[in-house]
Design a binder for this molecule. Structure first.
Ligand code: ADP
Ligand code: ZN
Length: 600
């Protein structure tokens, strides 16, 4: 007798109920229908094809762009007692042969492949002779030229419906971009597939943008006060910074490793492996890092520089908290980042129309950074999702910014841009406003003769800087095309200069600036339970090390927390704990119970 989807969920995965639209998706696939699944990171996409794979006859073929991801998923499935394997270029001939053998003997319920490997004649031949239950196309946005991760090989997947007309296909992605979604449906011939669109909200992620005078120090305060021993990612714009920041964090006693595309392959792979295998590692990386990393317990994603646009920001921060536990998305940025990114766009090879779109996206991001209202609502609205209420879990909701009438200062700041000829950057403008004495360049330009020279000396430099940034974000100023940060007036500033409108500056309340703990710790344990939790973590770490697998494929933190709270002392009570199915109960039940009993 074959198991039902419900039974598989309980017995194999140890979960109580389906999430979002998992049940409907799974039923559609089992019924032979195609699906296009749009679900945020951490939403539970894998289950949407893993459960059907275990219910249906034959082998499910999962197409995935990244080797690390395949290995992780296969390891996790094997831990559950599921017959799964992968074929990729890291294997030697014997290992591949073994997988193909298991496939042809019908011993594999899931087979993970890269698109190139699938398209090889030898693979297609084997699959043609063997019952395939379904094709799952993971990270389906790789088929889109508009996406960030375009993989030309994904385009060849359009031949699947012709070659395997009776096999249902399910394409999955976490991309929230409408254009990319349309392209997925077209390219993969999934126009008639049933579409499942979940909310893209990630309620467990707290969004924060720091008004940082010094990003590095602010990062340190944030890490120490909220994530003193958590694993996380720190994104930097430059490769050089990744090394410097990682070293700096290491000197301060954290385990921090650099990662960028210019590093030697071996070193890069070794750092990634440590991030996955050890607890509490901080990866300091460029955006080369992250795609295909499905480590569930990344507790924070910090940006030390502005990301490229809101799409990238959402994708990068989405790597936090896949396990659903509270996590942080934290960012510090400066006007210099805006100048750098804007210059990247100008210097790129793209067409003028494309550059214009990129600049607009950068402005939208800047506007979001300087927002005074709920960040989550604005973020979701950007992705065409309407939310009725403020979230209560972003900095603006938690510590509403103060609005300070700065009309006079704003006019002065704009006049200074105008009087100096609309070509200087913020540093110079502030020197003029504050009346810097003995400055050669100012003297040479005769700007020390201007009436406004020194008229802003009672406002400190950082305040002027914040003001210029906010005027830029509000569209009153624009960056000139030279790429050195020169500011020009935008016609939008006229009413303000003419005295017809006011300008208010946002200021973060002190508490937010100091990095007050945003919310409850990731796991709420009763006082006495944390010792047991730590003991279970240690047991898991040792076991993971001896098996050479990441700790989370053995048990997630949430499962350990449930064990620490409920303290089952008999093996057959373990099945009630979320995340423990029959396979794990049999494999680890006795050891878990021993750890708990020792602690009683
Ligand atoms: P995605 O691929 O969408 O980013 P995953 O498939 O990795 O997300 O799932 C995210 C996490 O949620 C995983 O740890 C998974 O075990 C867990 N999960 C998924 N579905 C359920 C469910 N129905 N009940 C409990 N946990 C679930
Ligand atoms: Zn909010």
């Amino acid at each position: 007798m074959t198991a039902t989807a419900e039974q598989v969920l309980h017995e194999v995965f140890g979960f109580d109920s389906f999430r979002h639209s998992q049940r409907e998706i799974i039923e559609t696939v089992i019924g032979g229908g195609d699906c296009l699944v749009l679900m945020p990171t951490g939403g539970g996409k894998s289950l949407c094809y893993q459960v059907p794979a275990l219910v249906m006859d034959g082998t499910a073929v999962v197409i995935s762009p990244l080797i690390a991801l395949m290995q992780d998923q296969v390891e996790a499935l094997q831990q559950l007692g599921v017959e799964a394997g992968f074929l990729n270029s890291t294997q030697d001939h014997d290992q591949r042969w073994d997988t193909l053998n298991r496939l042809s003997e019908g011993r594999l319920k899931l087979l993970y492949l890269s698109p190139e490997r699938l398209m090889m004649p030898e693979t297609l031949n084997v699959l043609a002779q063997h019952p395939v239950s379904l094709f799952a196309i993971d990270e389906a946005h790789c088929v889109s030229q508009w996406g960030h991760d375009f993989r030309p090989e994904y385009r060849q997947l359009d031949c699947l419906p012709e070659r395997f007309p009776d096999v249902p296909r399910i394409a999955l992605t976490a991309t929230a971009d409408q254009r990319v979604r349309r392209e997925i449906a077209e390219q993969l011939h999934l126009e008639n597939a049933r579409r499942f669109v979940s909310s893209f909200d990630r309620p467990n992620i707290c969004y924060r943008v720091a008004d940082a005078r010094d990003g590095k120090e602010a990062l340190w305060r944030f890490l120490q006060s909220e994530h003193p021993d958590d694993a996380g990612i720190v994104y930097c714009l430059s490769r050089k910074d990744t090394g410097k920041i990682a070293e700096w964090l290491s000197e301060k006693g954290r385990t921090a490793l650099p990662y960028h595309a210019g590093m030697a392959d071996v070193e890069r792979a070794a750092n990634q492996r440590r991030f996955l295998l050890e607890d509490g590692v901080i990866m300091v990386a460029t955006i080369a890092f992250g795609m295909g990393i499905d480590k569930p317990d990344v507790r924070f994603v910090a940006h030390l520089n502005l990301p490229k646009n809101l799409e990238s920001y959402y994708q990068e921060t989405g790597r936090a908290g896949r396990d659903g536990l509270p996590s942080s998305a934290w960012m510090a940025y400066s006007l210099r980042d805006v100048v750098t990114l804007s210059k990247f766009v100008d210097d790129s090879e793209a067409s003028d129309a494309h550059k214009q779109v990129m600049q607009q996206k950068l402005s939208a991001l800047l506007g979001w950074c300087e927002l005074t209202t709920c960040r989550r609502r604005a973020l979701l609205a950007y992705f065409d999702e309407r939310v009725e209420a403020d979230c209560g879990n972003c900095d603006n909701c938690l510590w509403p910014p103060e609005m300070i009438d700065s009309t006079e200062e704003a006019r002065l700041a704009l006049s200074c841009v105008y009087r100096t000829g609309q070509r200087y950057g913020v540093g110079y403008l502030i020197d003029v406003l504050r009346g810097k004495s003995g400055d050669e360049r100012i003297a040479r330009n005769g700007h020390d003769q201007l009436a406004l020279f020194g008229s802003g000396s009672d406002v400190d430099t950082q305040n002027w800087r914040d003001l210029y940034r906010q005027l830029l974000a509000a569209g009153m100023l624009t960056l000139d095309e030279e790429g050195y940060g020169g500011l020009r007036l935008d016609p939008a500033c006229r009413p303000l200069l003419r005295g017809e409108t006011q300008f208010s500056m946002r200021r973060q309340p002190k508490r937010a600036r100091r990095g007050a703990a945003a919310k409850k710790p990731a796991l709420e344990l009763r006082p006495g339970d944390d010792a047991l939790f730590e003991a279970l973590r240690q047991w898991r770490a040792d076991l993971a090390k001896s098996q050479g697998v990441p700790p989370y494929v053995i048990f997630h933190d949430a499962t350990l927390a449930a064990l620490a709270t409920h303290r089952p002392t008999e093996v057959d009570e373990l099945i009630d704990i979320s995340g423990i199915g029959a396979g794990k109960q049999e494999r680890y039940g006795q050891e878990v119970v021993d750890v708990i009993r020792e602690h009683a």
